[in-house]
Design a protein around this ligand. Sequence first.
Ligand code: MN
Length: 425
Amino acid sequence: MNINQTQIEAHNETRVSNHKAIYTFLYAQLASKGTDVDSIIAKLNDFQIAIPSWALGAGGTRFGRFGFGGEPATLEQKIEDIGLLHSINQSSGAISLHIPWDIPTDITGAKNLAKNLNISFDAVNSNTFQDQANQIHSYKFGSLCHTKADVRKQAVDHNLEVIEIGKQLGSKALTVWLADGSSFPGQLNFAKAFKNTLHSLENVYKELPNDWKMLVEYKPYEPNFYSMVIQDWGSSYMLANALGNKAFSLVDLGHHLPNTNIEQIVALLLMQQKLGGFHFNDSKYGDDDLTVGSIKPYQLFLIFIELVSQEPDLAKSSLAWMIDASHNIKDPLEDLLQSVEAIKIAYAQALLVDKLKLEEARTNNDTVGAQEILQAAYRTDVRPLLAESRLQKKGAIRPIEFFREQKIRAQLIKERGSTNRATGL
Ligand SMILES: [Mn+2]
């Protein structure tokens, strides 16, 4: 299904006067404090967040999975779903593919479909964390880190295949997340496993096109519960440094132990020009993959403070912005609308912070003043700025309301049936 502009216009028509009243008030308030609201809107207009192909079906836990109707069963349907999101919020104009869950059978067809929906192909993701049918060697005891050279070679070859697919689609980055590690003390020689991983990644890196990036993701535990080869930003940074200037660390918000100061990691990686991008999600305990901003919106805001302090216009930076979440009980499309909204709220709030005043407070060790500056921005309701940006770009003023009014899920069920199941989940 497609959304046409008339539907969006009809939705906006009933809300525009209320929106304008709130927006005009906020605009005047912010402008009186010296904020350049138009430049914030312009930055929001350009900011795009990639949707992963695996987030469009019902996620699950190891205890069960509760499907819902109208899930996208093919890559084409997944691209169509992202097209729906993008026409509603005008901020989801990219798809991040997971190989082999979403190998395009018709590359030209997939590219044309995406082009028509104004969607680009973001980073491609390799998968050496599970065995595929007809695979010769098992990854049960690791992939790029494996003790046996033929297993490592198979994993390297898979990454090269993913690059080839990405090249045909127009992707410019390869994301590598490894489940490699050990579940029991004594199982693994830490140093050997790390060196094997580096050597394998070097073999992948050699084949990386010059205008590509390699994004090295880290995670402290799970599925291995004693050690992970790339357990934290330090080990990811060591690899990215050793590989070269096309390799970067990727920060997945859920891949940290509780209470880790992620914003500080972001600041230091940026400082070293080794931050590649993000996998956004939220969590209370571990890698919970919950809706962005649902648990720790203040942390998200603090991360964006660090980002905008070093990269004033995020859409113009070379960082990769992706959501990586899984949805067990929510409609994924509604969840993704909420996630994109949360990311843009944090961005807009961070842009409200007066950098010069904050730096002055820091220089003068004015701890109270610094907190006042941060919280004045955080406690500003910036949602009218996001709505204005959507209105300017011909998106819907209220995305979730639009999704529900138009009964989009019911229409997808009618089109695709109630038992469709998304691949890869
Ligand atoms: Mn991730």
